[in-house]
Design a protein around this ligand. Structure first.
Ligand code: NAD
Length: 303
């Protein structure tokens, strides 16, 4: 099975994480946790596990943790063979909310522990700019063993510097937007300088890069799909990736990256597609302040 060939990345605390996972943003297409959507998510996650994925990336804000949990339960795969990540919702940054919503995440997933829990966005313009208290509450969750690793997502260099300086605890991963049109060099190199592994979200640029001529030529010359060329570029850069697709053939293709290599010149030709800030697809973490409806930040709770 393809899963045997997925490398493990060693994090700075010595723990390991499979370099390829399955992304579940928009599985199913909206964030509504209706019974129909939950059943569909369970079905898609079941297919991913059947195809050999052992690492699943979800988030409180995706509205699909229950479906992810049902897919895992139905698979019969032993818990210790799986790697499950979730992320703190933007409305849950107060320390009490971190703890309460983490409990809800475990309950929805039907799991005793998470492998990785991330602050989804730093939200520097909300919560009086206090993402440090949020990070302290995240690290506090490690004590009872119900989460094995904690990290961050969308943290810019200054956000990383501040939480490390003020708490002395370095996240093990930073999950950030990275794809050939947006190398995100500043956040990648800041992460590397602290020994933080980079997880590249939207690794395929949400599918928008698949028609690029450079990628297409490389795909043709190697007899591979464009998606495989892009994902191989990520693998050779050491990024952890979790492409998302609901089509079994594409899901299979996205896991099948280990019978070819890109030469240094080929890697450089993809590096050169970077458009800097103009290539960013998602929101800018310095200004992003979206809170899902019904999850307004509550007044500060001292703890
Ligand atoms: P992606 O780059 O994985 O692209 C997904 C799209 O690419 C799919 O909708 C599909 O249309 C297409 N696609 C996938 N495989 C293909 C193939 N083999 N051939 C042709 N087309 C293919 O985009 P994404 O879903 O935004 O990102 C992946 C994961 O990253 C998400 O599911 C989620 O888990 C995570 N993510 C995290 C954040 C964050 O803020 N931390 C933000 C966005 C995404």
């Amino acid at each position: 099975m393809a899963t045997k060939t997925v490398p493990e990345i060693t994090l700075k605390n010595g723990a390991t994480i499979p370099q390829i996972g399955f992304g579940t943003l928009s599985v199913p297409p909206d964030r509504n946790a209706s019974p129909e959507n939950t059943a569909k998510t369970a079905e898609v996650v079941g297919v991913a596990l059947e195809l050999g994925y052992r690492h699943i990336d979800t988030a409180q804000m995706y509205g699909n943790e229950r479906g992810v949990g049902q897919g895992i339960a139905a698979s019969g795969i032993r818990r210790e063979q799986l790697y499950v990540t979730s992320k703190l919702g933007n409305g849950q940054h107060r320390p009490d909310s971190v703890r309460r919503s983490f409990d809800e995440t475990l309950q929805k997933l039907g799991l005793d522990y998470l492998d990785l829990f991330l602050i989804h966005w730093p939200l520097p313009t909300l919560y009086e700019g206090d993402y440090v208290s949020t990070w302290k509450a995240m690290t506090g969750l490690l004590a009872d063993g119900r989460v094995r690793n904690v990290g961050v997502s969308n943290f810019q260099p200054a956000h990383l510097r501040r939480i490390i300086a003020e708490t002395g605890v370095t996240p093990v991963v930073n999950q950030i937007e990275v794809h050939p049109c947006f190398n995100n060099d500043a956040a990648r190199s800041a992460s590397a300088s602290h020994g933080i592994a980079v997880e590249a979200w939207s690794p395929l640029g949400q599918g928008k890069l698949l028609d690029d001529a450079v990628i297409g030529d490389l795909a043709a010359s190697k007899g591979k799909a464009s998606a495989q060329i892009i994902l191989r570029w990520h693998i050779q850069h050491g990024h952890i990736v979790f492409p998302k697709s609901m089509h079994p053939e594409r899901m299979r293709e996205n896991l099948d990256l280990f019978d070819f290599e890109l030469s240094p010149v080929e890697v450089a030709s993809i590096d050169a597609l970077d458009k800097g800030e103009a290539g960013r697809i998602g929101p800018n973490p310095d200004t992003f302040d979206w809170i899902p409806s019904g999850a307004t930040p509550t007044p500060t709770v001292k703890s």
